[in-house]
Ligand binder design. Structure first.
Ligand SMILES: *[C@@H]1O[C@H](CO)[C@@H](O)[C@H](O)[C@H]1NC(C)=O
Length: 399
Protein backbone atom coordinates (compact mmCIF):
# COMPACT_ATOMS: atom_id res chain seq x y z
CA UNK A 1 0.00 0.00 0.00
CA UNK A 2 2.64 2.55 1.12
CA UNK A 3 4.87 1.58 -1.76
CA UNK A 4 2.28 2.57 -4.33
CA UNK A 5 0.91 5.82 -2.82
CA UNK A 6 2.54 8.03 -5.42
CA UNK A 7 1.33 5.95 -8.32
CA UNK A 8 -2.41 6.65 -8.10
CA UNK A 9 -1.70 10.38 -7.95
CA UNK A 10 0.45 10.34 -11.02
CA UNK A 11 -2.11 8.17 -12.79
CA UNK A 12 -4.79 10.74 -11.98
CA UNK A 13 -2.56 13.61 -13.11
CA UNK A 14 -1.75 11.81 -16.32
CA UNK A 15 -5.43 11.12 -16.87
CA UNK A 16 -6.32 14.81 -16.54
CA UNK A 17 -3.50 15.87 -18.79
CA UNK A 18 -4.52 13.33 -21.37
CA UNK A 19 -8.27 13.93 -21.21
CA UNK A 20 -8.01 17.74 -21.23
CA UNK A 21 -5.71 17.72 -24.23
CA UNK A 22 -8.12 15.36 -25.93
CA UNK A 23 -10.98 17.70 -25.05
CA UNK A 24 -9.17 20.74 -26.46
CA UNK A 25 -8.12 19.01 -29.59
CA UNK A 26 -11.74 17.86 -30.17
CA UNK A 27 -12.94 21.43 -29.68
CA UNK A 28 -10.33 22.78 -32.02
CA UNK A 29 -11.15 20.24 -34.65
CA UNK A 30 -14.96 20.41 -34.59
CA UNK A 31 -16.66 23.12 -36.61
CA UNK A 32 -19.91 24.81 -35.58
CA UNK A 33 -22.46 25.80 -38.18
CA UNK A 34 -24.97 28.39 -37.01
CA UNK A 35 -28.11 28.16 -39.17
CA UNK A 36 -28.40 31.97 -39.14
CA UNK A 37 -25.18 32.10 -41.17
CA UNK A 38 -27.02 30.05 -43.82
CA UNK A 39 -29.98 32.45 -44.02
CA UNK A 40 -32.30 31.24 -41.25
CA UNK A 41 -34.19 34.06 -39.52
CA UNK A 42 -35.62 33.92 -35.99
CA UNK A 43 -38.69 35.94 -37.00
CA UNK A 44 -41.26 33.12 -37.25
CA UNK A 45 -42.17 34.06 -40.84
CA UNK A 46 -39.10 33.55 -43.05
CA UNK A 47 -38.86 29.96 -44.24
CA UNK A 48 -35.62 28.57 -42.79
CA UNK A 49 -35.91 25.07 -44.34
CA UNK A 50 -33.15 25.62 -46.90
CA UNK A 51 -30.82 27.08 -44.26
CA UNK A 52 -31.25 23.95 -42.12
CA UNK A 53 -30.48 21.71 -45.07
CA UNK A 54 -27.41 23.78 -46.03
CA UNK A 55 -26.06 23.65 -42.46
CA UNK A 56 -26.65 19.88 -42.40
CA UNK A 57 -24.81 19.41 -45.73
CA UNK A 58 -21.77 21.23 -44.31
CA UNK A 59 -21.82 19.29 -41.03
CA UNK A 60 -22.42 15.98 -42.77
CA UNK A 61 -19.76 16.62 -45.39
CA UNK A 62 -17.16 17.46 -42.74
CA UNK A 63 -14.50 14.84 -42.11
CA UNK A 64 -14.27 16.02 -38.47
CA UNK A 65 -16.95 16.10 -35.75
CA UNK A 66 -19.38 18.95 -36.41
CA UNK A 67 -22.00 20.97 -34.57
CA UNK A 68 -25.11 22.74 -35.79
CA UNK A 69 -26.61 25.54 -33.75
CA UNK A 70 -30.18 26.81 -33.93
CA UNK A 71 -30.08 29.90 -31.70
CA UNK A 72 -32.92 31.42 -29.70
CA UNK A 73 -35.99 32.61 -31.57
CA UNK A 74 -38.76 31.19 -33.70
CA UNK A 75 -37.74 29.65 -37.01
CA UNK A 76 -40.39 28.75 -39.57
CA UNK A 77 -39.71 25.42 -41.27
CA UNK A 78 -42.24 25.48 -44.05
CA UNK A 79 -41.73 22.06 -45.60
CA UNK A 80 -40.64 18.53 -44.80
CA UNK A 81 -36.87 18.35 -44.33
CA UNK A 82 -34.68 15.26 -44.68
CA UNK A 83 -31.23 15.02 -43.16
CA UNK A 84 -29.54 12.23 -45.09
CA UNK A 85 -26.40 10.22 -44.43
CA UNK A 86 -24.02 8.78 -44.88
CA UNK A 87 -21.80 11.51 -43.53
CA UNK A 88 -18.06 12.14 -43.52
CA UNK A 89 -17.98 11.88 -39.71
CA UNK A 90 -19.84 10.04 -36.97
CA UNK A 91 -20.32 12.87 -34.46
CA UNK A 92 -22.81 15.56 -35.43
CA UNK A 93 -24.28 17.46 -32.53
CA UNK A 94 -27.34 19.65 -33.08
CA UNK A 95 -28.15 22.17 -30.36
CA UNK A 96 -31.52 23.86 -30.57
CA UNK A 97 -32.03 26.86 -28.28
CA UNK A 98 -35.15 28.15 -30.03
CA UNK A 99 -38.35 26.82 -31.58
CA UNK A 100 -38.89 25.37 -35.03
CA UNK A 101 -42.48 25.98 -36.16
CA UNK A 102 -44.49 24.53 -39.03
CA UNK A 103 -46.81 26.67 -41.16
CA UNK A 104 -50.34 27.01 -39.82
CA UNK A 105 -51.70 25.63 -43.11
CA UNK A 106 -51.31 21.86 -42.61
CA UNK A 107 -50.85 20.85 -46.26
CA UNK A 108 -47.28 22.21 -46.42
CA UNK A 109 -45.97 19.31 -44.35
CA UNK A 110 -49.07 17.12 -44.03
CA UNK A 111 -48.50 15.02 -47.15
CA UNK A 112 -45.02 13.89 -46.06
CA UNK A 113 -44.30 11.01 -43.71
CA UNK A 114 -42.15 13.20 -41.46
CA UNK A 115 -41.61 16.88 -40.91
CA UNK A 116 -38.00 16.23 -39.84
CA UNK A 117 -36.46 12.99 -41.01
CA UNK A 118 -32.99 11.60 -40.35
CA UNK A 119 -32.15 8.89 -42.84
CA UNK A 120 -29.09 6.56 -42.61
CA UNK A 121 -27.21 8.74 -40.12
CA UNK A 122 -24.74 7.62 -37.48
CA UNK A 123 -23.65 9.40 -34.29
CA UNK A 124 -26.16 12.25 -34.42
CA UNK A 125 -27.23 13.96 -31.20
CA UNK A 126 -29.95 16.55 -30.68
CA UNK A 127 -29.97 18.71 -27.55
CA UNK A 128 -32.91 20.80 -26.43
CA UNK A 129 -35.30 22.66 -28.65
CA UNK A 130 -39.00 22.88 -29.31
CA UNK A 131 -40.61 21.46 -32.45
CA UNK A 132 -44.07 22.92 -32.89
CA UNK A 133 -45.91 21.21 -35.76
CA UNK A 134 -49.11 23.22 -35.21
CA UNK A 135 -51.28 20.18 -35.83
CA UNK A 136 -54.51 21.54 -34.37
CA UNK A 137 -56.21 22.38 -37.67
CA UNK A 138 -55.34 18.95 -39.11
CA UNK A 139 -56.80 17.18 -36.04
CA UNK A 140 -60.00 19.17 -36.55
CA UNK A 141 -60.04 18.15 -40.20
CA UNK A 142 -59.51 14.48 -39.31
CA UNK A 143 -62.07 14.57 -36.53
CA UNK A 144 -64.68 16.24 -38.69
CA UNK A 145 -67.21 13.71 -40.05
CA UNK A 146 -67.88 15.78 -43.18
CA UNK A 147 -64.33 16.50 -44.34
CA UNK A 148 -62.70 13.59 -46.15
CA UNK A 149 -59.93 15.58 -47.81
CA UNK A 150 -57.42 15.82 -44.99
CA UNK A 151 -53.87 14.52 -45.58
CA UNK A 152 -52.71 11.81 -43.21
CA UNK A 153 -50.21 14.20 -41.63
CA UNK A 154 -46.49 14.15 -40.92
CA UNK A 155 -44.83 12.66 -37.87
CA UNK A 156 -42.76 15.43 -36.30
CA UNK A 157 -39.34 13.73 -36.00
CA UNK A 158 -38.26 10.43 -37.52
CA UNK A 159 -35.09 8.37 -37.52
CA UNK A 160 -34.79 5.64 -40.09
CA UNK A 161 -31.97 3.10 -40.62
CA UNK A 162 -29.71 5.03 -38.27
CA UNK A 163 -27.47 4.20 -35.32
CA UNK A 164 -25.85 5.75 -32.25
CA UNK A 165 -28.45 8.45 -31.78
CA UNK A 166 -28.87 10.61 -28.67
CA UNK A 167 -31.77 12.98 -28.11
CA UNK A 168 -31.92 15.00 -24.88
CA UNK A 169 -34.35 17.60 -23.60
CA UNK A 170 -36.44 17.89 -26.75
CA UNK A 171 -40.03 19.17 -26.69
CA UNK A 172 -42.55 18.22 -29.38
CA UNK A 173 -45.74 20.27 -29.50
CA UNK A 174 -48.97 19.53 -31.38
CA UNK A 175 -47.65 16.98 -33.83
CA UNK A 176 -49.87 16.26 -36.84
CA UNK A 177 -49.28 12.50 -36.42
CA UNK A 178 -46.73 10.67 -34.22
CA UNK A 179 -44.31 12.89 -32.30
CA UNK A 180 -41.13 10.76 -32.64
CA UNK A 181 -40.57 7.57 -34.66
CA UNK A 182 -37.60 5.20 -34.52
CA UNK A 183 -37.57 2.72 -37.36
CA UNK A 184 -34.79 0.35 -38.37
CA UNK A 185 -32.37 1.85 -35.86
CA UNK A 186 -29.69 0.58 -33.50
CA UNK A 187 -28.53 2.14 -30.22
CA UNK A 188 -30.85 5.09 -29.68
CA UNK A 189 -31.06 7.04 -26.40
CA UNK A 190 -33.97 9.37 -25.82
CA UNK A 191 -33.72 11.33 -22.59
CA UNK A 192 -36.36 13.69 -21.19
CA UNK A 193 -38.61 13.97 -24.22
CA UNK A 194 -41.67 16.12 -23.65
CA UNK A 195 -44.55 15.53 -26.07
CA UNK A 196 -47.81 17.43 -25.95
CA UNK A 197 -50.96 17.16 -28.09
CA UNK A 198 -54.66 17.39 -27.31
CA UNK A 199 -56.42 14.39 -25.76
CA UNK A 200 -58.69 14.06 -28.80
CA UNK A 201 -55.92 14.42 -31.41
CA UNK A 202 -55.88 11.33 -33.69
CA UNK A 203 -52.72 9.19 -34.10
CA UNK A 204 -50.47 11.48 -32.11
CA UNK A 205 -48.45 8.67 -30.47
CA UNK A 206 -45.62 10.03 -28.35
CA UNK A 207 -42.83 7.64 -29.39
CA UNK A 208 -43.12 4.78 -31.86
CA UNK A 209 -40.35 2.17 -32.08
CA UNK A 210 -40.15 -0.65 -34.62
CA UNK A 211 -37.55 -2.86 -36.35
CA UNK A 212 -35.00 -1.45 -33.91
CA UNK A 213 -32.75 -2.72 -31.15
CA UNK A 214 -31.06 -1.25 -28.09
CA UNK A 215 -33.39 1.70 -27.69
CA UNK A 216 -33.39 3.40 -24.27
CA UNK A 217 -36.08 5.89 -23.33
CA UNK A 218 -35.58 7.70 -20.01
CA UNK A 219 -38.00 10.12 -18.32
CA UNK A 220 -40.36 10.92 -21.18
CA UNK A 221 -43.38 13.04 -20.29
CA UNK A 222 -46.12 12.41 -22.82
CA UNK A 223 -49.55 14.01 -22.88
CA UNK A 224 -51.24 13.16 -26.14
CA UNK A 225 -54.27 11.74 -27.97
CA UNK A 226 -52.97 8.26 -28.83
CA UNK A 227 -50.37 5.85 -27.42
CA UNK A 228 -47.81 7.24 -25.02
CA UNK A 229 -45.23 4.82 -26.41
CA UNK A 230 -46.07 2.27 -29.10
CA UNK A 231 -43.85 -0.70 -29.81
CA UNK A 232 -44.04 -2.28 -33.24
CA UNK A 233 -42.71 -5.51 -34.78
CA UNK A 234 -38.98 -6.23 -34.73
CA UNK A 235 -38.26 -4.38 -31.48
CA UNK A 236 -35.48 -5.93 -29.34
CA UNK A 237 -33.74 -4.80 -26.15
CA UNK A 238 -35.97 -1.84 -25.40
CA UNK A 239 -35.65 -0.11 -22.02
CA UNK A 240 -38.17 2.47 -20.82
CA UNK A 241 -37.79 4.12 -17.43
CA UNK A 242 -39.60 6.87 -15.49
CA UNK A 243 -42.25 7.56 -18.11
CA UNK A 244 -45.25 9.76 -17.34
CA UNK A 245 -48.24 9.14 -19.59
CA UNK A 246 -51.62 10.80 -19.83
CA UNK A 247 -53.86 11.78 -21.33
CA UNK A 248 -53.49 9.18 -24.07
CA UNK A 249 -53.76 5.47 -24.69
CA UNK A 250 -50.90 4.20 -22.52
CA UNK A 251 -47.93 2.00 -23.41
CA UNK A 252 -48.75 -0.46 -26.14
CA UNK A 253 -46.94 -3.36 -27.75
CA UNK A 254 -48.74 -3.60 -31.07
CA UNK A 255 -50.71 -3.78 -33.04
CA UNK A 256 -48.79 -6.88 -34.07
CA UNK A 257 -49.52 -9.77 -36.38
CA UNK A 258 -50.88 -8.02 -39.41
CA UNK A 259 -48.26 -9.73 -41.59
CA UNK A 260 -47.60 -13.45 -41.76
CA UNK A 261 -43.80 -13.11 -41.63
CA UNK A 262 -43.43 -10.47 -39.02
CA UNK A 263 -40.38 -10.27 -36.73
CA UNK A 264 -41.24 -10.55 -33.06
CA UNK A 265 -40.84 -8.27 -30.06
CA UNK A 266 -38.27 -9.49 -27.54
CA UNK A 267 -36.67 -8.25 -24.31
CA UNK A 268 -38.63 -5.16 -23.34
CA UNK A 269 -38.39 -3.65 -19.83
CA UNK A 270 -40.66 -0.84 -18.69
CA UNK A 271 -39.80 0.52 -15.23
CA UNK A 272 -41.43 3.08 -12.91
CA UNK A 273 -44.25 4.35 -15.09
CA UNK A 274 -46.99 6.77 -14.05
CA UNK A 275 -50.27 6.66 -15.92
CA UNK A 276 -52.75 9.45 -15.34
CA UNK A 277 -56.27 8.90 -16.70
CA UNK A 278 -55.11 6.97 -19.74
CA UNK A 279 -57.25 4.59 -21.79
CA UNK A 280 -54.80 1.71 -21.14
CA UNK A 281 -51.86 1.09 -18.88
CA UNK A 282 -49.77 -1.76 -20.28
CA UNK A 283 -51.37 -3.17 -23.42
CA UNK A 284 -50.29 -5.90 -25.78
CA UNK A 285 -52.49 -6.17 -28.84
CA UNK A 286 -52.44 -8.26 -31.97
CA UNK A 287 -54.67 -8.56 -34.97
CA UNK A 288 -56.94 -11.58 -35.16
CA UNK A 289 -55.03 -12.85 -38.19
CA UNK A 290 -52.55 -15.65 -38.94
CA UNK A 291 -48.95 -14.59 -38.28
CA UNK A 292 -45.59 -15.96 -37.15
CA UNK A 293 -45.03 -12.93 -34.93
CA UNK A 294 -44.37 -13.19 -31.19
CA UNK A 295 -43.89 -11.25 -27.96
CA UNK A 296 -41.35 -12.65 -25.50
CA UNK A 297 -39.47 -11.55 -22.36
CA UNK A 298 -41.41 -8.43 -21.48
CA UNK A 299 -41.20 -6.97 -17.97
CA UNK A 300 -43.46 -4.27 -16.60
CA UNK A 301 -41.92 -3.31 -13.25
CA UNK A 302 -43.31 -0.68 -10.93
CA UNK A 303 -46.20 1.50 -12.02
CA UNK A 304 -48.68 3.91 -10.53
CA UNK A 305 -52.03 3.99 -12.27
CA UNK A 306 -54.49 6.79 -11.63
CA UNK A 307 -57.97 6.23 -13.02
CA UNK A 308 -56.83 4.07 -15.93
CA UNK A 309 -59.58 2.41 -17.98
CA UNK A 310 -57.69 -0.83 -18.79
CA UNK A 311 -54.63 -0.98 -16.51
CA UNK A 312 -53.38 -4.41 -17.67
CA UNK A 313 -54.60 -5.66 -21.02
CA UNK A 314 -53.73 -8.32 -23.57
CA UNK A 315 -56.06 -8.06 -26.52
CA UNK A 316 -55.46 -10.62 -29.26
CA UNK A 317 -58.71 -10.28 -31.13
CA UNK A 318 -58.11 -6.72 -32.23
CA UNK A 319 -59.99 -6.30 -35.47
CA UNK A 320 -61.66 -2.98 -36.17
CA UNK A 321 -63.91 -2.93 -39.25
CA UNK A 322 -64.02 -6.77 -39.22
CA UNK A 323 -61.23 -7.23 -41.75
CA UNK A 324 -59.63 -10.35 -40.26
CA UNK A 325 -60.01 -13.67 -42.07
CA UNK A 326 -59.77 -16.03 -39.07
CA UNK A 327 -60.23 -13.98 -35.87
CA UNK A 328 -57.55 -16.07 -34.10
CA UNK A 329 -54.20 -14.32 -33.79
CA UNK A 330 -51.04 -16.23 -34.71
CA UNK A 331 -48.92 -14.05 -32.40
CA UNK A 332 -47.45 -16.09 -29.54
CA UNK A 333 -47.18 -14.18 -26.24
CA UNK A 334 -44.95 -15.66 -23.53
CA UNK A 335 -42.80 -14.73 -20.54
CA UNK A 336 -44.51 -11.47 -19.67
CA UNK A 337 -44.37 -10.20 -16.08
CA UNK A 338 -46.23 -7.45 -14.23
CA UNK A 339 -44.62 -6.56 -10.88
CA UNK A 340 -45.39 -3.83 -8.38
CA UNK A 341 -48.35 -2.27 -10.16
CA UNK A 342 -50.55 -0.15 -7.90
CA UNK A 343 -53.40 2.29 -8.25
CA UNK A 344 -56.93 2.71 -9.48
CA UNK A 345 -58.86 1.37 -12.42
CA UNK A 346 -61.61 3.48 -14.01
CA UNK A 347 -63.53 0.31 -14.95
CA UNK A 348 -64.38 -2.84 -13.00
CA UNK A 349 -62.05 -5.07 -15.08
CA UNK A 350 -58.51 -4.02 -14.14
CA UNK A 351 -56.75 -7.08 -15.59
CA UNK A 352 -57.83 -8.61 -18.88
CA UNK A 353 -55.84 -11.33 -20.64
CA UNK A 354 -57.78 -12.06 -23.81
CA UNK A 355 -55.29 -14.34 -25.56
CA UNK A 356 -55.39 -16.23 -28.83
CA UNK A 357 -57.30 -19.53 -28.98
CA UNK A 358 -54.66 -20.72 -31.46
CA UNK A 359 -51.59 -19.53 -29.53
CA UNK A 360 -52.51 -19.24 -25.83
CA UNK A 361 -50.42 -16.92 -23.65
CA UNK A 362 -47.78 -18.74 -21.60
CA UNK A 363 -45.79 -17.93 -18.46
CA UNK A 364 -47.58 -14.70 -17.57
CA UNK A 365 -46.60 -13.52 -14.07
CA UNK A 366 -48.54 -11.19 -11.81
CA UNK A 367 -46.68 -10.19 -8.65
CA UNK A 368 -47.55 -7.52 -6.10
CA UNK A 369 -50.39 -6.02 -8.11
CA UNK A 370 -53.00 -3.90 -6.38
CA UNK A 371 -55.63 -2.18 -8.48
CA UNK A 372 -58.91 -1.02 -7.02
CA UNK A 373 -62.10 0.20 -8.63
CA UNK A 374 -64.16 2.82 -6.80
CA UNK A 375 -62.52 1.76 -3.51
CA UNK A 376 -63.71 -1.81 -4.13
CA UNK A 377 -62.01 -4.90 -5.50
CA UNK A 378 -61.65 -4.93 -9.27
CA UNK A 379 -61.91 -7.98 -11.52
CA UNK A 380 -59.51 -10.04 -13.61
CA UNK A 381 -60.54 -11.91 -16.77
CA UNK A 382 -58.54 -14.66 -18.49
CA UNK A 383 -59.11 -16.26 -21.86
CA UNK A 384 -56.47 -18.78 -23.08
CA UNK A 385 -53.95 -17.40 -20.57
CA UNK A 386 -51.59 -19.45 -18.45
CA UNK A 387 -49.20 -18.31 -15.74
CA UNK A 388 -48.65 -17.63 -12.05
CA UNK A 389 -49.61 -15.10 -9.41
CA UNK A 390 -47.14 -14.27 -6.62
CA UNK A 391 -47.52 -12.14 -3.47
CA UNK A 392 -50.54 -9.92 -3.12
CA UNK A 393 -52.57 -9.78 -6.31
CA UNK A 394 -55.77 -7.73 -6.37
CA UNK A 395 -57.93 -8.28 -8.38
CA UNK A 396 -57.89 -11.96 -7.52
CA UNK A 397 -55.80 -13.60 -10.26
CA UNK A 398 -57.51 -15.57 -12.99
CA UNK A 399 -54.26 -17.26 -14.11
C1 LIG B 1 -32.13 -6.97 -22.81
O1 LIG B 1 -32.11 -5.59 -23.07
C2 LIG B 1 -31.28 -4.85 -22.21
C3 LIG B 1 -31.40 -3.39 -22.60
O2 LIG B 1 -32.72 -2.98 -22.51
C4 LIG B 1 -29.86 -5.32 -22.30
O3 LIG B 1 -29.07 -4.63 -21.37
C5 LIG B 1 -29.77 -6.80 -22.06
O4 LIG B 1 -28.48 -7.27 -22.27
C6 LIG B 1 -30.73 -7.55 -22.99
N1 LIG B 1 -30.74 -8.96 -22.66
C7 LIG B 1 -30.48 -9.88 -23.56
C8 LIG B 1 -30.54 -11.30 -23.07
O5 LIG B 1 -30.20 -9.63 -24.73
Amino acid sequence: MTKTTTHPLSVVALYFLFSSSLFHSTLAKSATYNVVAFGAKPDGTTDSSNALVSAWKKACGSAKPASILVPRGKFLVGRAVTFSGKCGNKAISITIRGTLVAPSEYNFIGNSLHWFMFDRVSGVSIHGGVLDARGTSLWHCKNSPTNVHCPSGAATLGFINSDNILITGLTSLHSQMFHVTINGCHNVKLHGLKAIAARNSPNTDGIHVQFSNDVTIIKPSIHTGDDCISIGPGTRNLWIEDATCGPGHGISIGSLGWDMNEPGVKNVTVRKTTFIKTQNGFRIKSWGRPSRGFVKDVHFEGATMIDVQNPILIDQSYCPHNICPSHASGVKISDVSYRGIHGTSATSVAVNFDCSSKEPCERITLEDVKLSYKNKASQALCNHADGTALGIVQPHSCL
